[in-house]
Design a binder for this molecule. Sequence first.
Ligand code: CMX
Length: 434
Amino acid sequence: MAKLKELLAQKIAEHRPRTQKLLKEHGDVKIGEVTIAQAIGGARGVRCLVTDISYLDPFEGIRFRGKTIPETLAALPKPEGCEYPFVEAHWWFLLTGEVPTYDEVMEVVKDWQARRTIPQYVIDLLRAMPRDTHPMTMFSAAILAMQRESVFAKRYAQGMKKDEYWEPMFEDCTNLLAKLPSIAAYIYRMKYKGDEHIPPDPNLDWAGNFAHQMGFAKPYDDVARMYFILHSDHESGNVSAHTVHLVASALSDAYYALSAGINGLAGPLHGLANQEVLRWIQNFQAKFGGQEPTEETVREALWETLRSGQVIPGYGHAVLRKTDPRFTAQMEFADKHMPDDPLFKLVKLIYKVAPQVLMEHGKAKNPWPNVDAHSGVIQWHYGLREWDFYTVLFGVGRAVGVLANITWDRALGYPIERPKSVTTQMLEDVASGK
Ligand code: CMX
C-alpha cells in the first residue's frame, strides 16, 4: 500500500475511538443553541459540523491542521528552486495532520502524474458545450461526467462494510484531484486560447503542470501553488465545503459531491466574488479614465456601489472579523513580485478606503477584505485576464480541502445530514411564548 494510504489508515484507526467515545458517553452535552435569527439567517454561527482538517477563528483566520497560513507554507516541502510548497504535500498534511518528507511527497507527485489523463469522453463533452458557457459550468459538468469512474459506487453496489467506505472514497478523491488541473487548463485554452492545447509535462508536479498546460511561464507555477493551498479549505460551513459534505453524506460519491460543491462556489456571494472584484475595478477604471486613482475617487465609487444596492465584492465575511490572512498572504506575494503593478496599487488603495466606507455604511458585520479581494489581480498580472475563469482556479484549490474532508467523513462514519426545519407559525408561537 502506498505510504500516504497506509498512514491515513493508521490515523483513522487512532481517531475512530475518539468519535465513538464522544457519541457514546457525551452525546447529550450541549455545544450551543439556535435562535430565531439563526434559523432564518442561514444558520450563521450554529455549531453543528465537525472537521479536524481546518478551523476558522474569526480574528485569526484559518488554521490548517493547527497551523496558520505562514506556518503551513514554511513547513511543507517545496519543489527545487520554488518559493511555495507542493500542493501534493498539502494534501498529505490535510489528510494526516503530518508534514511529509520530500521523498514521501514525491511518491504522491508520481501517483498523481500516473492518474492525470482526462478521459476522451470528458473532452468530447466539453467540446459539445456552447463556447460561451461559463467555465464553472463546464468544470462542474466535466467532474460530474466522470462519475461513471467511481470506485466507491462500484464497491458499494457489490456490497461493502461501512468501515471500508473511506478506502474507495480516497481512491475516487485521488483520481479526481489528479485530473482537475488538466481539465481546467483544457477549458481555459479551448475557450480563450484559440483551442490550442499544451500536452502535460510528465515530470512536473500538480501545480507546476497546471501552469505549463495553461501556457504561463515562471513564476506562475508558484502563483498556482500558493493559490491552490490558500483556497483549499476554510472549515466546513461555507457553501462549497458544506455542499460537498452534505451531498456525500447521502453516500453519493466524490464526483457527485464535488460537482455540487463547485456549483455552490459559482455564486457571486461565494467564489465568484473574485471575478466580481475585477469587474468592479474595470468599471471604476472606465469611469475615471486615465486619471490616477485617488482615495477620493475610490471612496466615491464605493459609495455609488452601495447606494445602488450592490455589495462591495471581496469585502465582508460570514465568520471572519478581520482582514483575511489569505488576502494578506497574497498581498505579501504581490509586494515582493509585482509592487508597481497599477491594479495591485488600486487594490491597496481600495483596502485603505473600503473598510471605513463599510463601517460608515453600517451594515456589514465585517468591513475587512476576504480572499477574493486580491486573487484576481495577481492572475491579471501574470496574463490570465479572462476573469470568468477565476472561480475555476478557486474550485481546483477548494477540491483539495473538501475531498480530504469527505474521505474523513466516510472514515468516521458520519451519517446522512438531515437538520430539522420549522414553520414561520412555529417561530411566531415560540416568540410569543406559546
Ligand atoms: N458590501 C455591502 N454590503 C455588505 C457587504 C459588502 N461587502 N458584506 C455584507 N454586507 C451587508 C449584507 O448584504 C447584509 O445586508 P442586508 O442586511 O441588507 O441583507 C448585511 O451587510 C449583513 O451581512 P453580514 O452578516 O455582514 O454578512 P453575511 O454573513 O450575511 O454575508 C458575505 C457574508 C461574504 C456573503 C457578504 O459579506 C458579502 O456579500 N460580501 C461581498 C461578496 C464577497 O466578497 N463574497 C466572497 C466571500 C468569500 C468567499 O466565500 O469566497
